[in-house]
Design a protein around this ligand. Structure first.
Ligand code: PMP
Length: 304
């Protein structure tokens, strides 16, 4: 990733991609205390448009606040930086990665008065789980790793260190031959995937875990809005693992995963083992919005 042409926004200016570097004593590199975002820009008839950019930037500021980190930029400056990296790297569609992190002025947990830095990079990224998965659905496995407890890590924050848990779960799932992990919360209820929110469908009603151990996904919110507008009933509640075994359909949502059907959990086919009608409908409504074919939520798209 580090060796390519292009520009990365760092602390207020665009620097050449290969020169966007930090020192090995960067505090966040050692302890994981940082906040980041994952955002997508889509190719639309009016040019590249960033999906729900203000909401992502808001979550970045909220994550930083939860971590006690003061960002020396305004939300508008971060919005402009996200637009700049898509524009100046000449990307038609993109994955955008802002990250706020502490500098290298001190080491140890007690280091204080550390500088706060912000980087924003953007690159071309297709379907996170592959094009075929979007149609066929993925196979997942209940993780042996428990998702965060609300009072151990701060689950509302998209914080760097949280992703150790995600990566342990994902690596285990992939090593066992599955595409993704399903993590349960400390009480054993379904929380989310390693980087996605979870939904199931039963008898035409959509169910999703309430926000406790799961991240407040921007895509989750968009899909719930789209689904309600299309007349579906949605219930946010605690969901057990065996409810997933016997549901009709299941899918993940996320910036990277978009709307990804799940065809199997723990070797049990979900429904008839393929993408179901509700998932298909929501997937197409979602792509119509993000790719600018449907204009019912113009506030969701920021043209770069
Ligand atoms: N849960 C986790 C743990 C995630 O990392 C993500 C991706 N940011 C999501 C859910 C989905 O959130 P969003 O739709 O905002 O990308």
């Amino acid at each position: 990733m580090g060796d390519r042409d292009g520009w990365i926004w760092m602390d207020g200016e665009l620097v050449p991609w290969r020169e966007a570097k930090v020192h090995v004593l960067t505090h966040t590199l050692h302890y994981g205390l940082g906040a980041f975002e994952g955002i997508r820009a889509y190719k639309t008839p009016s040019g590249p448009a960033i999906f729900r950019l203000p909401e992502h930037v808001r979550r970045l500021f909220e994550s930083a606040k939860i971590l006690g980190m003061t960002l020396p930029w305004t939300p508008q400056q971060v919005i402009d930086a996200c637009c700049a990296v898509v524009r100046d790297n000449h990307l038609e569609s993109a994955y955008i990665r802002p990250m706020a992190f502490y500098g290298d002025e001190g080491m140890g947990l007690r280091a204080d008065n550390l500088s706060v830095h912000l980087m924003v990079a953007a690159w071309d990224w297709g379907a996170y789980l592959g094009d075929e998965s979007m149609e066929r659905g993925i196979r997942i496995r209940t993780s042996s790793f428990t998702r965060h407890h609300v009072n151990i890590s701060m689950c509302r924050a998209k914080a760097n260190g949280q992703y150790i848990n995600s990566m342990l779960a994902l690596q285990e799932a992939v090593a066992c031959g599955y595409d993704e992990a399903l993590l349960l919360d400390p009480e054993g209820f379904v929380a989310e995937g390693s980087g996605e929110n979870f939904f199931l469908v039963r008898d035409g009603v959509i169910h999703t875990p309430e926000l406790a151990s799961a991240l407040a996904g921007v895509t989750r919110d968009a899909v719930m809005t789209i689904a309600r507008e299309a007349g579906y009933e949605i219930r946010e509640r605690r969901i057990t693992r065996d409810e997933v075994y016997v549901c009709d359909e299941a899918f993940f949502t996320g910036t990277a995963a978009e709307v990804t059907p799940i065809r199997e959990l723990d070797n049990r086919p979900i429904g008839d083992g393929k993408r179901g009608p509700v998932t298909t409908d929501l997937q197409s409504r979602f792509f119509n919005q993000v790719e600018g074919r449907e204009n019912t939520h113009p506030e969701w798209l920021t043209l770069v």
